[in-house]
Write a protein that binds this ligand. Structure first.
Ligand SMILES: [Zn+2]
Length: 271
């Protein structure tokens, strides 16, 4: 679709690539959490897992969302209430972002969705490379739920694409290993999801993983009493039952949702 190519490929993708590189460099210079794995190994594993997910994002998810938005002229908040343009876009972004909060909660609470989201949580380190480690099945599932929120918001195609740019940039930022001054980050965390907030969500402690589901704006977690914030530079990242990096090859991770999966603390192999 030429529209996506013009807006996303030519403008958004280079910005996202730059954000990725800058956050990776900044996260190395000012490291929040100690790493437990070699970066070149993670680059290969997470990069290979990301390939089908990114293909689906670009060639299925984005066209589906843009198509839906361009056909929908009557349904959703922005089509029913005539807001001034800036207010309209803010409302659309808030509705889309709330949809992503709910979608993330569902990924943790609904067993079939957790099978796919688990692949993302089994990374033993947390940084911008984790931000690309998503199973393609999660992308397929998100088309339906996130599509529903595109309709509920009454989003236009351009709003869908710009929200996606901010969504992807925010995902890179909150997964990054960038250490910011504690008080500065604490203040920032009142509005947006920061690396320390999302670090708690990737903790091996289940009660901590069951918190901080927001993607861009952090206030959805405050609204639902799922918000936690503390200095987590010594936190252990991952899922207790999946801690063997030799086991988690790209092929294993791509097959993972289709096999019997382990409980959170279960250590014996069930496959
Ligand atoms: Zn999660």
């Amino acid at each position: 679709m030429s529209y996506i190519s013009r807006v996303f490929d030519k403008r958004a993708a280079p910005i996202l690539a730059l954000v990725f590189v800058l956050l990776a460099i900044a996260g190395r210079k000012r490291q929040l959490r100690k790493r437990v794995q070699q970066q070149d190994e993670r680059l290969i594993v997470n990069g290979l897992v990301a390939v089908p997910a990114f293909g689906l994002l670009r060639f299925a998810f984005l066209p589906a969302m843009v198509n839906l938005a361009s056909r929908n002229k009557r349904f959703g908040a922005a089509n029913i209430v005539k807001f001034p343009p800036v207010i309209r876009t803010i409302c659309v972004f808030l509705i889309l972002d709330y949809g992503n909060y709910l979608w993330h909660v569902m990924n943790h609470k609904i067993p079939i969705l957790w099978r796919f989201h688990l692949v993302h949580h089994t990374d033993l380190d947390l940084d911008t490379l984790t931000a690309v480690r998503f199973h393609f099945g999660e992308m397929i599932g998100s088309v339906f739920f996130r599509g529903l929120f595109v309709l509920l918001a009454g989003a236009s195609p351009i709003e869908v694409l710009w929200y996606e740019l901010i969504f992807e940039g925010a995902t890179q930022f909150h997964h990054s290993n960038l250490k910011m001054p504690y008080q500065f980050e604490k203040n920032l965390s009142k509005v947006v999801v920061t690396p320390r907030i999302h670090g708690i969500h990737h903790s091996i402690n289940k009660h901590e993983t069951d918190s901080n589901y927001s993607v861009i704006f952090s206030f959805w977690d405050r609204l639902h009493s799922t918000f936690r914030f503390y200095d987590n530079s010594s936190i252990t990242i991952g899922v207790p039952s999946y801690r063997d990096k030799h086991e988690m090859t790209p092929a294993y991770l791509l097959r993972m949702p289709f096999k019997r999966i382990r409980g959170w603390e279960h250590h014996s192999t069930e496959e």
